[in-house]
Structure formats: C-alpha cells, structure tokens
Design a protein around this ligand. Structure first.
Ligand code: HEM
Length: 540
C-alpha cells in the first residue's frame, strides 16, 4: 500500500506524513492563492524539516491561513444577536405626498430595494429560534434619498420609558454574570426582580407572556415602530405617526409545549421555515400602515404618545395602509449580509423625523456607537449591505478599513479649490422639523407617563379565553422558575392591579393564593373597554 501511495504521490507530487496520499481537488480553473495572490502549491502540509521533523515558522502560507481563521468571529450584537434576513422590495400603493415628502412614498411605480432582519432579543447567536422573547423586525429601505431604517419589534410597546434604563433591563435578562445562565428570555430572578421594580414594564409583560412571544414563523409576525414618529410633507406640515407591519399570511403563534419541543428538535425552526419559503417562491409579504394623528389629537388622548409603553388603540386611530413589502431573495452569504448589516433608528430621510420619546432619543445614540465596536471600523457603511444605493459623498476620510480611494487634495467644506466637490443643499437636504421646545433642564419623568396598568388591563380583557389561559400559563411557568418569594409576591401584586382574576389564577398555579403584595398604583387604574377586541388573530 505504501508503494502504491508513493507511486501516486510521485505522479501528483503530493505527500502526506508516512507517505499516504491526500486527494487534490480537480474542480475549477481558479488557482488557490494567498491573500497576496500567490498561487498555493500545497494546501495540505505545513512546511517542515524532513517528513517527521519540526514545522518551520517560515511557513507564511500556513500562518496567513490560520491567522485569518483566528479572526473569523466578530462580537455578536449586544442584543438581537440571533437573527435571519432576506432581500426584497417595498412598493407604495399610491402617492402619500399629503402625508410625507419621503421619495419612496410618492408614487405607486417606485420599487425600493429593502433588506429585512428578524431576530430574538435576549439569546446568544446560537440560541433556539422558538424561545419566549420579543422579536426584532428591522427593515432597511435603500431609497433614492439615502437609507431609511425602520428598526421595530413584533410588539407595539416596550418595557421601559427612558433609554437610561436599557443597560439594566438587558443585564437583567442576559445570563447572570457569575453563572452565565439562564439563556431563556424570562426565567430569571434578575429579570423578574427588575421588572417588578419597574411597574412601567407591566403592559409589555402582558405581551411577552402572551402567544405573541412564541410566533409560528417570521412570515406570520406583525411589526411595530413602537415610538411615535413624525411625517412631514412638502409644505412643511407635520403629523405624528405610528408604524405597523401586517403579514399577508396573518398572525400566528405556536403554543408553549410546541415551542419547547421545537427548541429541542430543531433550534433553527424559524430560519429554516423562512429560507425554504423564499427558496420555493413563497415570498413573504407585509403591508406597511401608519396611524396618523395631529399634535392636537395627541393632546386629547388620556395617555402620552411619547410614552413607549403605550399603544394607540385602533378604535381611536385606524390604520392607513401605505404599501407592501415582499421578501424574495435569500442572502448569498450569512456573515457578509445578515451579520454585518447595521440598522440604526437615526437613519431617516427627508419627510420622516423623530418625536421626543425618551427611549427613541437614547436609541438614536446607541446603534452607531455599538456598531463601531461590533464592526470594528468607522467605515462600516462601505460594506455592501450597508452602503446606500444612491450617490453619496462627503469629506469624512481615512480610518480603519477605508475602502474608498478619494482623489484630489481637498477634504474640507466649504472650499473654493474644487468646484466639483460635494456641497450642502438646503432645499434637498434633511432639515429637522422646527418643533418649538422650551422648559427647565432637569431629570424628571412626566406625570403623563405614570399610568402603568390601564393598557395592560386593556390587553388582558381583549384576549379570548384560550389566550388568557396561555397568559396565565406563561406567568406561572416563568415565575415558577423564580427562586425568590419576595419577587413572586411583588409580581402578583402588580398583576392584581392589572386584573384581580389574572393575579388570582397565577397565584393558584404557583400555590401562592392570597400572598400577593399590595402595590399602590401611582394613578388610578382606568377600566378601558375596547369596542372590539384588539387582538383576534393569535392562534388559540
Ligand atoms: C438592536 C440598543 C430599544 C429594536 C439593538 C442593538 C443595540 C440596541 C445596541 C444592537 C445593534 C447592532 O449591534 O447592530 C437599544 C437601546 C434601546 C433599544 C439602547 C432603548 C433605549 C429598542 C426598541 C426596539 C428595538 C424599543 C423596537 C422598536 C431593535 C432591533 C435590533 C436592535 C430590531 C436588531 C437590529 C438588527 O436586526 O440588526 N438595539 N435598543 N430596540 N434593536 Fe434596539
């Protein structure tokens, strides 16, 4: 056998240790090269002294290959680490010029390319798809006026009212620093401790303990911008909007037992479903709508539209459909596209602007900041998935991983040395809406943010019997994993403020009937009665 190997090796010139033959790939005309373009003669054996001798530091080919491998990983996202994405397009149904001057909403002909990433929030990049969690729903519109990112979630409200609390919220839900578990969304002493000390979380907790937190498929999830935004038309008129995505397939969930079994049997359940659907031509679709309301209307509501723990009931402000998104192309490379994409709520276009929601304002800072360390260079906007598909030019220069090769000596603005260099444009450029602002500078939560239970109650009473059963089961399962009795009794006290029967049913399942703490709401809980159920489409 050794002789045979030696004969074959003599023909190919390709030896392994002890004389065994390594197969050479016969496919392809493209030679394998180093990063410098040098054709590699032997990609199987390290340079050594004699067949069994020491390996040489000189082997720059082996060192280059291993060095690159050693640096293959980049940090995962600090939240929303596990995600899946696809390309597609957005098309408006008609002109929405009355509402906004945003170019991609001016007519029914324009097809705007999009890239859309869905994600879980708390788990690491390798965590299972069907964990109980909020889902991210982030869309990058490559418009003719620059990239517009609508960075939303599959639930219309959020846990906290102010960005300064976000690091604490996320620390409480991520694995504990000493033991690095648990991985799952809410089975934490730290999480339940944090939210039970932040009653503003109660409305969001109702959503997270409901079927909405265990979706059947990315294709069957709603999406929400959460915050109040502004839209501004050519005349400079501003309206407030809330964004909604609705899937054409309808909104569906799995039930908890299914979610747990699927987590074990196929942790890639959602990404497999999504990839297969697109690959087989069943392109997922969503309708984008807005709730439009004026500043005067906003002042009439008995909640504050700047408070991200509140939604605007559709009985008060119905949805205005804007257009449709179709996702019709899987990525070519997961890392290059899905992992390196950088969404940012501050990526807006003329005609779309922010509100003073204190959570949104913090987000406007956080994303670019984190992406500088996640992607490692201030030039990550040059990565193809992040690059605008319209012309872009400025005088930002140099920095790690600079891929552009600007010519000329001028890198300042204004200048009189290069007439062809980019110039600001007051008419076409982005102008912040001229909102009148005044007041004392201080750290103070507005009193209008103080009602933490009424909309949580509205959510509860709008649920069908099976949905209510699932919510009770969700709280009982998660609080059952919480080791501290004082946290459980505190949570039962909050639930009693939402609805006494909810608290009683959870307490009974926990074997803690009658043990709820008394928690005094800051403002009286209102009994909001919806004229129709707000959510009829979750699967029972
Ligand atoms: C991702 C911060 C609230 C939706 C992220 C990332 C950070 C972050 C640092 C990682 C970004 C990256 O590495 O590329 C914050 C802060 C928040 C906040 C500071 C509150 C103060 C929210 C809210 C929503 C949301 C309210 C939904 C409306 C998302 C989504 C992603 C994300 C969808 C994943 C984007 C992707 O797919 O790459 N957030 N977030 N976040 N956030 Fe937030």
């Amino acid at each position: 056998a050794k002789k045979k190997a030696q004969k074959a090796a003599a023909e190919t010139g390709h030896w392994g240790e002890g004389g065994e033959l390594h197969q050479r790939s016969k496919k392809g005309d493209q030679p394998l090269t180093t990063n410098q373009g040098l054709v590699v003669a032997d990609d199987q054996n390290t340079l050594s002294v004699g067949p069994r001798g020491p390996q040489l530091l000189e082997d720059f080919i082996m060192r280059e290959k291993i060095t690159h491998f050693d640096h293959e990983r980049i940090p995962e996202r600090v939240v929303h680490a596990r995600g899946y994405a696809a390309h597609g397009y957005f098309q408006a149904y008609k002109s929405h010029a009355k509402l906004t001057k945003a170019a991609f909403l001016q007519d029914a002909e324009t097809k705007t390319p999009v890239f859309c990433r869905f994600s879980t929030v708390a788990g690491s990049a390798g965590s299972p798809d069907t964990a109980r969690d909020v889902r991210g729903f982030a869309v990058k519109f490559y418009t003719s006026e620059g990239n517009y990112d609508l960075v939303g979630n599959n639930m219309p409200v959020f846990f906290i009212q102010d960005a300064i609390k976000f690091p604490d919220l996320i620390h409480s839900v991520k694995p504990a620093p000493d033991r690095d578990f648990p991985q799952a969304q809410s089975a934490h002493d730290t999480f339940w401790d944090f939210v039970s000390l932040n009653p503003e979380s109660m409305h969001m907790l109702m959503w997270v303990m409901s079927d909405r937190a265990i979706p059947r498929s990315f294709r069957m999830m709603e999406g929400f911008g959460v915050h109040t935004f502004r839209m501004i038309n050519k005349k400079g008129e501003s309206q407030f909007v809330k964004f909604h995505w609705r899937p054409t397939l309808g909104t569906f969930s799995v039930i908890w037992d299914e979610a747990m079994k699927i987590s074990g049997a196929d942790p890639d359940f959602h990404r497999r479903d999504f990839w297969n659907a697109i690959e087989s031509g069943n392109y997922p679709e969503w309708e984008l709508s807005v709730q439009v309301f004026s500043e005067d209307q906003a002042n009439e509501f008995d909640f504050d539209v700047l408070d991200p723990t509140k939604l605007i009931p559709e009985e008060l402000v119905p949805l205005t459909p804007l257009g449709k998104m179709v996702l019709d192309r899987n990525v070519d490379n997961f890392f290059a596209e899905t992992e390196q994409v950088a969404f940012c709520p501050s990526h807006v276009v003329p005609g779309i602007d922010f509100s003073n929601d204190p959570l949104l304002q913090g987000r406007l800072f956080s994303y670019l900041d984190t992406q500088l360390s996640r992607l490692g260079s201030p030039n990550f906007h040059q990565i193809p998935v992040n690059k605008p598909k319209c012309p872009f030019a400025n005088f930002q220069r140099d920095g790690h991983m600079q891929m552009e090769v600007p010519t000329g000596r001028v890198a300042n603005e204004p200048n009189s040395l290069d007439d062809g260099s980019p110039r600001e444009n007051a008419m076409a450029g982005f102008n912040s809406y001229h909102a009148a602002e005044a007041g004392e500078k201080r750290r103070l939560r507005p009193e209008s943010f103080a009602d933490h239970y009424s909309q949580a109650r509205l959510f509860w009473i709008s649920m069908s019997d099976p949905e209510q059963r699932h919510i009770v089961g969700g709280f009982a399962f998660e609080l059952g994993k919480c080791n501290e009795a004082k946290i459980r009794t505190r949570m039962l006290g909050h639930l009693a403020n939402v609805d006494q029967s909810l608290s009683d049913r959870v307490a009974e399942k926990l074997g803690m009937s009658g043990q709820a703490d008394t928690i005094q709401p800051r403002v009286p809980v209102r009994d909001v009665q919806p004229s129709k159920p707000l959510s009829q489409d979750s699967v029972a």
